[in-house]
Design a protein around this ligand. Structure first.
Ligand SMILES: Nc1ncnc2c1ncn2[C@@H]1O[C@H](COP(=O)(O)OP(=O)(O)OP(=O)(O)O)[C@@H](O)[C@H]1O
Ligand SMILES: [Mg+2]
Length: 288
């Protein structure tokens, strides 16, 4: 896949009623294949609405979505193709498990692709392995699983479709820190193994810092777009729209406010360490 492109996308909910709400407002976005893009924004900024258009689950009020230059809403066949090529893991996907067994739940998507039984079997096993779900769970009901295992089952169901673009809406929300780190590591390993494109919606700025590019939304529009260093350098803007900073960026900002010469693009602990070390060594003008 070359890329996915959103052109002039507008989505208005409940049009013509007193509850009318423009959730996405003439938005343009192009994502290069192979990139990991983080989508961040305050609650209600339109992130989930935007991603629901990428696999044609929501229809635009205006504008469109192009996959390799082809309009995904052009025909029923194009919509169907987009559903297979773009895998979306929605917020709290574990509430959408409905089959009798874990295996059947993961196999649901590949079955819809009308793959043969051995290919379905291969994909289910591979997807389960990717998310770290033991095959011992395959015959169990999803309802018997822990919260973390349910989440892994739901994500495996999307990975088993082998999407070219994987979209994840807050995949680590509600997990404990160890579960969060483990799931992220597995998702990044999947991305590397398949050379897929990933769009990751997150409120966690440390996770956002792991992406190649960050897109920041506010009130249905993109207000910042760049590398994590470029975006986190705009700390005042991020704070003004109700977003957090990664801990290292926050400390760097406080040091700058105290008049210390700490660069604006710092967002990792290593970068902060280097900057503070430079200060102590007198390079930044601070007496030792
Ligand atoms: N089904 C709906 N009907 C009417 N308005 C909606 C609907 N879904 C979302 N909205 C509104 O559209 C706007 C964007 O919502 P959306 O869920 O896309 O935001 P979000 O950035 O994903 O927020 P969060 O971080 O809380 O998940 C919000 O004002 C929301 O209240
Ligand atoms: Mg959302």
């Amino acid at each position: 896949m070359k890329n996915i492109e959103v052109r002039g996308l507008t989505h208005v909910y409940s049009r013509g009623t007193p509850f009318e709400k423009t959730a996405i407002d003439s938005l343009d976005l192009a994502i290069q294949a192979g990139m990991t893009v983080g989508l961040i924004g305050h609650t209600g900024s339109g992130k989930s609405t935007l991603i629901s258009h990428l696999n044609a689950l929501l229809k635009p009020t205006a504008g469109t979505v192009l996959l390799d230059g082809e309009d995904i809403f052009a025909s029923k066949a194009a919509i169907r193709a987009a559903r297979f090529r773009v895998g979306v893991v929605f917020q709290y996907p574990e509430y959408q498990l409905f089959e009798e067994t874990v295996f059947a739940d993961i196999a649901y998507g590949p079955k819809n692709l009308k793959l043969d039984k051995s290919e379905i079997d291969r994909r289910v096993r591979q997807a389960a392995a990717f998310v770290g779900l033991d095959e011992g769970y395959f015959d169990r009901s999803p309802l018997e699983l822990s919260g973390g295992q349910k989440r892994r089952t739901a994500i495996a169901g999307v990975l088993a479709m082998e999407p070219e673009l994987l979209v994840l809406d807050e995949p680590t929300a509600g997990l404990d820190p160890a579960g969060r780190a483990d799931l992220l590591e597995k998702l990044f390993a999947w991305k590397r193994a398949r050379n897929a494109t990933v769009l990751l919606v997150t409120h966690d700025m440390t996770i956002a810092g792991l992406c190649d590019r960050l897109v920041v939304m506010e009130a249905g529009r993109i207000v910042l777009d760049g590398t994590p260093a470029e975006v986190f350098a705009q700390s005042g803007k991020l704070l003004s729209i109700g977003l957090d900073l990664p801990p290292a960026a926050h400390i760097a900002r406080l040091l700058r406010e105290k008049g210390l010469d700490v660069p604006a693009g710092i967002y990792t602990e290593d970068q902060l360490y280097e900057a503070v070390l430079a200060l102590w060594q007198g390079k930044g003008g601070v007496p030792c």
